[in-house]
Design a protein around this ligand. Structure first.
Ligand code: ADP
Ligand code: MG
Length: 230
């Protein structure tokens, strides 16, 4: 489905937040790299998808009623075999049920596990005066504790995307630090530009959060994408 169809469907179903599968399909349409995924509806299906994808895998709850998945025990990473996937599948459903008996469960997402590397965050919030503001920062404590982030009003140029990246205080870490490889800055620039295009073309998007994006020496992978509608 195209981005506009995905958004129209959510609006029709009176959903304000898109499922991870929907948000990532939109990302893919705009050239934003995401982890490979398949939506499993049964335990057997989850195992089949994991075997085809190759271990390790990540399992995640897909529910219109759950926005912060790990808060409810809805994410399991680094599952290494079919036994892990089977027990993980049931464990996630149990955790989610414990948290909210009535939560709708669309399925469990089986996802390739992106190897650890430097994590960055790209976001968008709407400024009442200036419209969509794009945000960039490094993952973890840099955004959450130190508020080391930078903003630009969309649409942004390539030059502005480069500025956003180089002006955060943590920028030197992107050049490689203590065993972390230097990060592919150009891949981040492209993601910022694609996100800018995406939010400019879809005014119905109120907030967007690519958190985290794992960046490698070459390329990057968005492992979680959240889109909230007006
Ligand atoms: P939420 O933000 O809704 O709690 P996420 O999808 O961000 O859920 O998952 C929580 C954490 O699990 C992420 O921040 C990341 O560290 C890790 N994670 C999730 N998916 C993957 C993946 N495909 N590969 C590697 N790590 C992942
Ligand atoms: Mg997340």
């Amino acid at each position: 489905m195209k981005a506009s169809q995905i958004i129209a469907k959510a609006v029709k179903e009176r959903r304000k937040s898109l499922l991870e599968t929907e948000a990532k399909a939109i990302c893919t349409e705009y050239g934003i790299p995401v982890t490979r995924f398949k939506l499993a509806k049964t335990e057997d299906e989850a195992v089949r998808f994991a075997e085809a994808m190759g271990y390790p895998v990540v399992l995640k709850i897909v529910s219109p009623d759950i926005i912060h998945k790990s808060d409810v025990g809805g994410v399991l990473v680094d599952l290494k075999n079919s036994k892990d996937v089977r027990s993980g599948y049931n464990h996630i459903i149990k955790n989610v049920r414990k948290h909210n008996e009535k939560a709708g469960i669309v399925g469990i997402l089986v996802q390739e596990m992106a190897p650890p590397s430097t994590e960055v965050i790209v976001g968008m919030t709407k400024d009442p005066q200036f419209g969509p503001a794009l945000m960039f920062g490094l993952g973890g404590i840099f955004v959450e504790v130190l508020k080391d982030v930078t903003f630009r009003i969309a649409p942004i140029t390539e030059e502005e995307a480069c500025e956003m990246i180089s002006e955060v205080k943590a920028y030197p870490l992107l050049k490689g630090y203590r065993g972390m490889p230097p990060a592919d800055i150009d891949a981040i620039v492209q993601i910022l530009l694609s996100t800018s295009k995406l939010v400019m073309e879809h005014d119905e998007i109120k907030e967007l959060d690519l958190n985290p994006i794992i960046v490698y020496r070459k390329g990057a992978k968005t492992v979680d994408a959240r889109i909230i509608l007006e």
